[in-house]
Design a binder for this molecule. Structure first.
Ligand code: ADP
Ligand code: MG
Length: 909
């Protein structure tokens, strides 16, 4: 009896050597080397390192987040026990296979005297328990998924050989019978932390090239969506259910199973024609790393602990895919009829595409036909991708199906040659960071408002109380005064009355006596006494009055004390307000750090995606950004402008603009950079102007002490100044004077370049010509040339050319008469000096400006007297750009004054 050992059908020549006992485990499991080997996910963008060996099957290997670790697809074979039919019908025949589980070999009988031997990663006999099958086939994959890698467990085999038995049995009546799906979920749920981790799943079937949602069968044509950047596939249309406990999972499996379309065949009444895919998403927050970071930075107190929490948490999002494939038997054998023939063809389409892809991967073929079927697209990551993959091929014992058994074994052998690059699926969780910061902010704001309200109430209360006391004191004082007054008045009246009475008596009785002798000395004494009394009474009344006055003074003092108390309270309120301001500043710093973070994130994304050269609105702007952000390599900022990152959207333009007025210089610099970045994109410009950004930027030119801020602001204004409406606004807000001022204070040529660029843009507006010149725009441009930097000169030349062009147009349309304002402002000598400048951008603009000026006779005299005619002649002869050359030529030949001067100078034309 001849026999040979095969692995992967890989070559006949090894048989003899292996037979002689030299074959060892290592020589079989050693994987084909695969540097630069094409994969199912070719073009998917995952970076792979050339591998030098396979990873152990147990999921211990930890990959770094950008490079993968090589891991071969593991394949186990499982033999189903004879069923009742086979026991009866095949009683006289031996099985078509013989297993040697301890050697991990399987012998396939070709006939009575010949057999072939194949090696697998695992050989599972008809006696293998479901538990053992799970532990050998799926457990390493599940563990790996829990560590943050993608994983796949797939069953392949003829209908009726036990694929669904292996994967899908619920084992409700007998827990020992539980299949891989149920056991995997048990392990997952036992390992995760419910507070921070989530498990969710979709359950789908692929049937006739249509993806149907087993959890919502009406949804029967779900589209596969591919991320153009990463190549990852997803099914956004599928129902996703979050799993919290094992019972709900089993319920969901039962619902899905009930929906699964099964077509009957001769072989097995329960066999399925569809592929079933269970996709389990595990999302875990990585503990430890972030918290450790936060506690290190948290040592310096409250604010730095907030800053510490700016570090985004890390999440791992991995996926376990369990695939119960449709039967692998050939169509003619399945005995299908009617529409099931079509159906079987479609099943074969996905299955045969899978076979082709695995062949291509096993043979390192340059093309892997991933796109040929939906199944291969969905399993892109499972074969040749970044997932850890384990395959179980199921076979039956019956010699009647030897053909199918053989082809199943060969499939398994080829799959063993497929190598994946497992990769950790971990990323920063910016969303949750954002949420956390929002909560932090809300808390601070609420606390602040609460304190403010408390102090307002307190002040109100004390003010009212004091007022009350003062009013009460005044009232009491008034009453006392009144009563004293009344009392003394009454006493006074009484004594007057007494005196009058006495006077009367005196006059009546001894009238004569008195007449003769004058008043008796007694009576006079009495009256004097009375008068004396009266005086005393008066004095005491005055004392009383003084006393009352003193009381009033005392009350006034009390009132002053109460007022002082109010002042003290106000001071406390002020202190509180300044604390509030500090808190607000802290919030602003937080926001700006958040922005910086998002800019950095965008930069990183951008540097990853580098290689697209989309156009820029204002060519100088990017180099400005790299100039100000000197910590970064220059070429980084030459990429495309980042879109407004999500974080910007969350913070909001209004808030960013408000940061321009922050007290913190750092925040202002960051904020103006962010605004300038946004202003460089046309799509944002209108929003920025509407939100008052242009006014704020002009304010910065007026008030900022820091040249970096003024430079960046001028750059942003230059970008905004490309639009006519904005040009009007800039003029209306005194922009020219501010730009001129910025230019005269500038020390850095880049600042001048920004300012000149902005004015140059304004120069191109027909309606603003007179005003621009009137406000010193041309003089400002000319003033900047003394710095000599070619970038600045180019912007100045562009401005002059723009202005000359508009002016020329105005003269032609008879909107202007008289000599050019440029000539009035003394531009010609500079033009003549630089008309032949070696820098092309400067030269071209000057040439154009000169042609525009010379087109009008009013300017001819000055052109001649300043020597610009020679330059025009030179341009018409030597200029390398034909259109400019022609323009100069036409200008010369159409001007009578220039013509006659040329004749006088004997210039040939
Ligand atoms: P498939 O999904 O490959 O079509 P099934 O899982 O439906 O096959 O199995 C077909 C039949 O064989 C079922 O009745 C199942 O219970 C039985 N069967 C499969 N594998 C085994 C096994 N290892 N032990 C006992 N019965 C099995
Ligand atoms: Mg099945």
């Amino acid at each position: 009896m001849a026999s040979g050992v095969r692995n992967g059908g890989g070559g006949g020549g090894v048989g003899a050597a292996r037979m002689s006992g030299k074959l060892d485990r290592q020589s079989v499991t050693a994987t084909p080397k695969s540097t630069g080997k094409p994969r199912l996910s070719a073009g998917g963008g995952a970076y792979r390192r050339a591998s030098s060996g396979s990873l152990p099957a147990a999921g211990g290997g930890r990959a770094s987040s950008d490079s993968g670790v090589s891991s071969r697809v593991r394949v186990a074979v499982r033999l189903r026990p004879r069923n009742a039919d086979e026991l009866a019908a095949d009683a006289d025949f031996g099985d078509s296979v013989e297993l040697q589980p301890e050697l991990k070999r399987l012998k396939l009988r070709k006939n009575n005297w010949e057999s072939e031997t194949y090696e697998f990663d695992e050989v599972l006999t008809e006696f293998s328990s479901q538990k053992r099958v799970y532990e050998v086939v799926a457990k390493p994959v599940v563990e790996s998924v829990l560590e943050g890698y993608n994983g796949t467990v797939m069953a392949y085999g003829q209908t009726g050989t036990g694929k669904t038995f292996t994967l899908g049995r619920l084992g409700e009546e007998d827990t020992a019978a539980r299949g891989i799906m149920v056991r995997a979920m048990e392990d997952i749920l036992a390992d995760i932390t419910p507070e921070t981790d989530t498990v969710s799943l979709s359950y789908l079937q692929l049937y006739m090239e249509m993806i149907q949602d087993l959890l919502d069968p009406v949804n029967d044509n779900i589209a596969i969506v591919e991320d153009p950047r990463t190549g990852d596939v997803s099914l956004p249309g599928a129902t996703v259910v979050e799993i919290r406990d094992q019972k709900s999972f089993v319920d969901i499996l039962r619902v899905g199973e009930a929906h699964r379309v099964a077509a009957n065949t001769k072989l097995n009444t329960e066999s399925s024609r569809s592929h079933a895919l269970l996709m389990v998403n595990v999302r875990r927050t990585v503990k430890g790393r972030h918290e450790m970071d936060a506690s290190i930075s948290g040592e310096n107190g409250h604010s730095s602990s907030i800053v510490g929490s700016l570090r985004p948490p890390i999440v791992r999002k991995s996926k376990l895919v369990v695939v119960d494939l449709a039967g692998s038997e050939r169509i003619d054998k399945s005995g299908s009829e009617g529409h099931t023939l079509e159906e079987a063809k479609s099943i074969n389409l996905s299955l045969s595409a899978l076979g082709k892809c695995i062949n291509a991967l096993a043979e390192n073929s340059p093309h892997v036909p991933v796109r040929d079927s939906k199944l291969t697209r969905l399993l892109k990551d499972s074969f040749g991708g970044t997932a850890r993959t384990s395959l179980v091929v199921t076979i039956g014992p019956s010699p009647r199906h030897r053909g199918e058994t053989t082809s199943t074994i060969m499939f398994g052998q080829r799959a063993m040659k497929v190598e994946n690059m497992v990769k950790l699926k971990e990323e920063f969780d910016y969303k949750s960071l954002c949420r956390r910061l929002d909560i932090e902010l809300d808390k601070l704001i609420a606390e602040n408002e609460r304190q403010k309200k408390y102090f307002d109430d307190e002040v109100e209360r004390i003010t009212a109380e004091t007022q009350c006391r003062v009013t009460e004191a005044e009232r009491e004082c008034k009453i006392a005064l009144e009563s004293e007054k009344a009392k003394y008045h009454q006493e006074y009246l009484d004594s007057i009355k007494i005196l009058e009475e006495k006077w009367k008596i005196h006059q009546q009785s001894p009238k004569k006596q008195i007449k003769e002798t004058g008043s008796s000395p007694n009576e006079v004494g009495e009256v004097q006494n009375l008068l004396q009394n009266e005086k005393i009474l008066r004095q005491s009344a005055e004392y009383e009055a003084n006393d009352l006055k003193n009381q009033v003074l005392h009350w006034k003092k009390m009132e002053a004390i109460a007022t002082a108390e109010v002042v003290k309270l106000r001071k406390m309120l002020d202190t509180e307000a300044s604390q509030k301001e500090k808190l607000e500043e802290e919030i602003a710093v937080l926001k700006s750090q958040l922005l910086q973070l998002s800019i950095d994130a965008d930069e990183t994304t951008r540097s990853l995606d580098r290689g697209d050269g989309s156009g820029k609105i204002f060519p100088g702007f990017d180099s400005l950004m790299s100039h100000t952000r000197n910590s970064e390599p220059r070429e980084q900022s030459n990429g495309p402008k980042p879109p407004i990152a999500k974080l910007f959207e969350q913070v909001g333009l209004q808030k960013i603009l408000s940061l321009l007025e922050s007290e913190e210089p750092d925040v202002r610099v960051h904020a103006v950079k962010v605004v300038a970045n946004l202003a460089a994109e046309e799509a944002n410009q209108e929003k920025i102007v509407e939100a008052g950004g242009l006014t704020s930027l002009l304010m910065l030119l007026r008030s900022s002490e820091d040249e970096t801020i003024r430079r960046v602001a001028a750059g942003a204004i230059a970008n905004l100044a490309m639009n006519e409406t904005n040009q009007d606004l800039i003029m209306a807000q005194g922009g020219v004077a501010l730009l001129s001022m910025t230019a005269s204070d500038a020390e850095d040529p880049q600042t001048l370049r920004m300012v000149a660029g902005a004015i140059a843009n304004l120069c191109g507006n027909d309606k603003l010509q007179i005003r621009l010149r009137g406000e010193g725009g041309i003089k400002a441009l000319l003033g900047m040339v003394k710095c000599g930097h070619p970038d600045v000169l180019a912007q100045v030349a562009r401005g002059i050319a723009n202005f000359a062009k508009c002016e020329s147009r105005a003269v032609t349309q008879r909107n202007k008469v008289g000599k050019s304002l440029l000539i009035d402002d003394g531009v010609l000598p500079w033009i003549v000096k630089n008309a032949n400048n070696e820098a092309a951008p400067i030269r071209r603009h000057i040439e154009l400006a000169l042609c525009h000026l010379a087109q009008h006779e009013v300017n001819s005299k000055d052109i001649i007297s300043e020597g610009a005619l020679w330059e025009l002649v030179r341009i018409s002869r030597d200029c390398s750009r034909e259109d400019i050359r022609m323009l100069a030529y036409r200008t010369l030949t159409s001007s009578p004054t220039l013509q006659s001067e040329m004749r006088r100078l004997r210039i040939e034309y």
